[in-house]
Design a binder for this molecule. Structure first.
Ligand code: SAM
Ligand code: GLN
Length: 246
């Protein structure tokens, strides 16, 4: 991390820092300040303002969750499904930095990709990432499926990484720099499932026949999420393990 922060302070690639171990350190205290913030737990991605996701650099800031490598599993699954269709209609619910929506548009340029978020600040970050990467996604502000017009056409593939951490979860201590509303569902019953349930319930009238809903959820929620999908009549319900084995 220190090496990355040094490279960032010098506006040099990391390789330059590695190759110039004898160069003088910058005289300003920007580096010291960044190292202090990192030591206090602030995510590296916020300090340098960017994060790589699915092979692309995204700009990120405190308005958005830092995209996680775990979520690339969700993207990979969606790409498999999208590849089987001609001009699929795809939606990413709770897009944050735009990570999932932009990865899907890049992988499948013929797809019509939509994305929603209830946070105006997050949606601004996502839209800026889309412009910078030259990827056309339709961004919608609002609460889950309600961000879309009532008569919007249905979707072939819906993907979401909603907040799913329960309010009292001790893991939150390590996540205090990221937006609480990106991590913890509102009005949650204590199991972290409230937003997953909202996304599932709303999907019934929004998915086209044969359409798919793919969800990221917490490492102890697989059974509960499968049950909820089955209870709503979904077929082919299954769970995949991410790259870290969760
Ligand atoms: N999709 C991004 C990713 O995977 O990196 C961000 C996921 S973050 C865990 C959840 C996102 O859902 C946040 O951007 C948050 O603002 C958004 N969100 C929370 N409640 C929402 C709601 N009721 N309607 C729409 N989006 C919501
Ligand atoms: N996977 C994230 C974490 O555990 C949480 C993301 C979410 O709540 N959707 O840090």
């Amino acid at each position: 991390d220190a090496q990355l922060l040094l490279a960032h302070t010098l506006s040099r690639p990391r390789s330059w820092v590695i190759a110039h171990g004898d160069a003088a350190l910058p005289a300003d205290d920007r580096l010291t300040s960044l190292l202090r913030r990192r030591a206090a737990g602030e995510p590296l991605a916020y300090l340098v303002g960017k994060r790589e996701f699915h092979g692309r650099a995204l700009e990120v800031g405190p308005a958005v969750l830092v995209p996680r490598p775990d979520t690339e599993t969700l993207v990979g699954w969606a790409v498999e499904l999208i590849a089987q269709r001609d001009r699929p209609r795809v939606i990413d619910l709770g897009t944050g930095s735009g990570a999932i929506a932009l990865a899907l548009k890049a992988a499948a340029p013929a797809a019509q990709v939509h994305a929603t978020d209830r946070s105006e600040a997050a949606l601004a970050v996502a839209a800026a990432n889309g412009r910078r990467l030259g990827l056309a996604v339709s961004w919608h502000l609002g609460d889950w499926w309600r961000a879309l017009a009532d008569d919007a056409p249905g979707f072939d593939v819906a993907v979401s990484n909603p907040p799913y951490i329960a309010a009292g979860d001790p893991h939150l201590a390590a996540l205090r720099f990221e937006p609480h509303e990106a991590l913890v569902p509102q009005g949650d019953a204590g199991d972290g499932l409230a937003d997953l349930e909202r996304v599932i319930a709303g999907s019934l009238e929004r998915l086209l026949p044969g359409g798919w809903l793919l969800l990221e959820h917490g490492f102890e929620q697989a059974g509960a999420v499968r049950e909820r999908l089955q209870a709503r009549g979904f077929a082919g319900v299954s769970t995949r393990v991410d790259l870290s084995g969760q």
